[in-house]
Design a protein around this ligand. Sequence first.
Ligand SMILES: Cc1cc2nc3c(=O)[nH]c(=O)nc-3n(C[C@H](O)[C@H](O)[C@H](O)COP(=O)(O)OP(=O)(O)OC[C@H]3O[C@@H](n4cnc5c(N)ncnc54)[C@H](O)[C@@H]3O)c2cc1C
Length: 422
Amino acid sequence: MSKAITADAIIIGGGVAGLSTAMQLAGRGAKVIVLERERIGNGSTGRAAGLLGQLRGNAEHTRMLMDGVEIVRELEKQAGVEIFVPTGSLRIAETPERAEEIAALVAMGKSIGFEIDHASADEVSRMLPYMRTDDLLDACYSPTDGHIQPAELVSAYLKIGKARGVEYRTHTPVVQILLDGDRVRGVRATDGEYHADVVVNAGGPWSYLNAELADAVLPTAAIGHYYLTTRPDPAHPVDRLSPAIRDRHLRLYTRPESGGLIVGIYDPEPELHDMRRLPVDFDMSRMKAARDSIQVAQLLDAANRRFPWIDGRTPMSITTGIMTFTPDARPFCGKMPDIDGLYHCSGFSGHGIVQSPTIGLIMSQLILDGESTYDCESIEADRYFDVPGYVNRVEIEEKCVRMAGNYYGGVERPRPVASGSR
Ligand SMILES: Cc1cc2nc3c(=O)[nH]c(=O)nc-3n(C[C@H](O)[C@H](O)[C@H](O)COP(=O)(O)OP(=O)(O)OC[C@H]3O[C@@H](n4cnc5c(N)ncnc54)[C@H](O)[C@@H]3O)c2cc1C
């Protein structure tokens, strides 16, 4: 390619964040090109379990996820695919602290009109006969939760994006971000230059390296994650619509999958990956979990405590992948003050699939209108800009690893929202 190609916006990265943003921008008439290093959906997106729990520790994030389900419903109609599987979800408590957390979540959920209520151990046992329930002190049930099928979500973003004129170029790594003083001018990829006034860094675990291409600092880190998927077992049938479960004491989440059960863990000692050391054509779908690793041992031990029929001999597959964490487990969406036109959209800390429908909308508003209809304060890209302790890579990684390790371990303290303040 000799002559530079021009567009209104260049998106670096064909994962859910980049695809959703591209689709929304094109829906408002922008000419958008997505540049993907490997294949579409080959990063974290292709490894995700897709659990969608809408209730978060604060009302604004809960609202973003509730609206995300509406957007997904619309995508399903437009693309003709089933993306959302409405299983409902349960959060369970086996300690007094966790029971208090559930009481606070139920109160907060109800205060913003979210469907949620307490569930007794007997009720939980009836819904999930394959789970140990004799130690439960409390639980809560959210009937409108479920999971998103990541491959179907990607296919809907692509189908609608293509219809709106988005151009997708795969096997095209971006190697430089072009600047004109403090303004972005475009990017250089392996096949030549692409010029645009807007560049979006949606590079998932690679996004901190992409920021460095513009001498910018993005305080994210690449963190390993594991889940197992049992094969269907007639002795422990798992219905397709069995509720998802979150057991934060054991750091576990689960959902049904093809007659078996996915059980994932937010490891207390997560692995840190150095994305710079991976080959340029690194294929995340080929990552293999070492069965004798400490992470797999921890996953199996925790799974066995909640589901005593799962142990090292149970027929299962183990999936591992890399996700992007930030120091506060909230994403970075928007610009930094020093480079105009360079937007970041990364750091979804294990929730990028379910956040992507609303995040794409938010990004398109920030880029085209300069502001969003959502309260974005907690996800602004510049919230650590130049803050001591958030500039040096070693310090950033320490903070992100600590957050990932405490992610399910920490107890949330949500507060009900006063009426009228939503
Ligand atoms: C094992 C596992 C389980 C998970 N489970 C869930 C879950 O249950 N629910 C949930 O919501 N989320 C889950 N996640 C997290 C979710 O997968 C991510 O948050 C989401 O996929 C992030 O999307 P993304 O677009 O930001 O990143 P990615 O999907 O990683 O996409 C980034 C893309 O950018 C490309 N790229 C990077 N740099 C360049 C460059 N310089 N040039 C060109 N292309 C580039 C990469 O190749 C990649 O395809 C899970 C993740 C893992 C690993």
